[in-house]
Ligand binder design. Structure first.
Ligand SMILES: [Zn+2]
Ligand SMILES: [Zn+2]
Length: 348
């Protein structure tokens, strides 16, 4: 979610998210705040990659990670991040031979998952609140962001929740998960026994009738259904189910890259995103007049055994004669290196 004041916020970071950000040329180091609704891997599996490569791609200040506590400490966001850092011990130490700064020192803001309307973020006129919801296990949360008279709710995964109606009255966008209530359709498409699909949805998710009901009660400007098998097989039926209760604007938060704009006067419009084919990581962005490369923690070859290093074929043997560049085998460790930022806006 990109605000007009330059602040960016990410809500959940599931599989494929970063590929989509890359195709929109969003630099990894432009994202400093990530919020998790819950810790299912389809909502957080890209965090490990993001944390490691954000630090490598100029994200030298700590990443801020926000998420719920759990019913016990081992189910909370702090525990997850602490152990994700352990999981990435090899990666981190291998990249500590490069400028990383505080890129591998995330700051975790774990909130009490039971708070109803607790404030998890309040800065630069941006306020983000949360409330608990029912989804497979305690610790699932929903969020609302308010800024400059505009407002968006993100429910995450959950059963239709009365607190969402309480906290999302009249918002510009209410983004909820949605599932098609015609179980026979989805179980056929997914190749799952109908009873299992029904059990998953009936205990843990929001059928489209439920989303229509929530939107009828909360009355957002636009009701958005996402986390959804976006497929011609389902779409007409899903819209019909939402429409049973909700007559206002409805959009799918799908397919991938779909983009919504909320303008200053509160008008919401949306369109399919247009992105490049490339999934190359875009170059980092720096807003400061100079770029200060933090000193690596150790030389690269400090963590490579001498015997293994000795097996490297000398470059003189494989570079064509006269074509070997001056190799950069060492990076100064004693101090940060500061260079002018070629992309900085010139001082007025
Ligand atoms: Zn989930
Ligand atoms: Zn999910």
């Amino acid at each position: 979610m990109q605000l007009g004041n330059g602040d960016d916020f990410v809500f959940d970071l599931g599989i494929g998210s970063l590929r989509n950000y890359n195709s929109f040329s969003i630099p990894l180091n432009s994202i400093d705040h990530v919020f998790f609704t819950h810790l299912h891997m389809d909502h957080m599996s890209d965090l490990a990659y993001f944390l490691m490569f954000r630090g490598f791609m100029g994200g030298w200040e700590p990443l801020h990670i926000y998420g719920p506590s759990g019913s016990e400490p081992q189910y909370g966001t702090s525990h997850m991040v602490k152990h994700m850092l352990e999981m990435t011990a090899w990666h981190r130490d291998s990249f500590n031979g490069f400028p990383i700064g505080k890129g591998y020192d995330p700051v975790v803001h774990e909130f009490d998952f039971m708070e109803e309307g607790g404030v998890v973020y309040d800065a630069n006129g941006v306020k983000i609140t949360h409330w608990p919801t029912s989804h497979t296990k305690d610790g699932a949360s929903s969020y609302r962001l308010d800024w400059n008279g505009r407002s968006v709710c993100m429910t995450g995964d959950n059963r239709p929740n009365s607190l969402t109606i309480t906290h999302c009255k009249g918002v510009d966008m209410l983004i909820s998960e949605v599932q098609n209530a015609a179980i026979s359709l989805s179980s056929q498409a997914l190749g799952m026994p109908a009873a299992m699909t029904a059990n998953t949805i009936d205990t843990s998710h929001t059928p489209a009738y439920g989303l229509g009901y929530i939107c009828k009660e909360a009355k957002p400007k636009v009701c958005v259904g996402t986390h959804y098998s976006y497929d011609d097989v389902f779409n007409n039926e899903t819209v019909a189910q939402v429409r049973h209760h909700w007559k206002g604007a409805f959009a799918f938060g799908a397919p991938d890259l779909v983009t919504f704009n909320i303008s200053g006067d509160g008008k919401v419009w949306w369109r399919e995103g247009v992105a490049g084919d490339s999934s190359q990581t875009p170059r980092p962005t720096f807003k400061t007049p100079t770029i200060k490369f933090p000193a690596p923690r150790h030389p690269v070859y400090d963590v490579i055994n001498d015997k293994i290093e000795a097996n490297e074929i000398p470059p003189e043997k494989w570079y064509p004669k006269g074509h070997m560049p001056e190799l950069v085998r060492e990076w100064p460790l004693s101090k940060d290196i500061e260079i002018p930022n070629p992309f900085a806006t010139p001082p007025e």
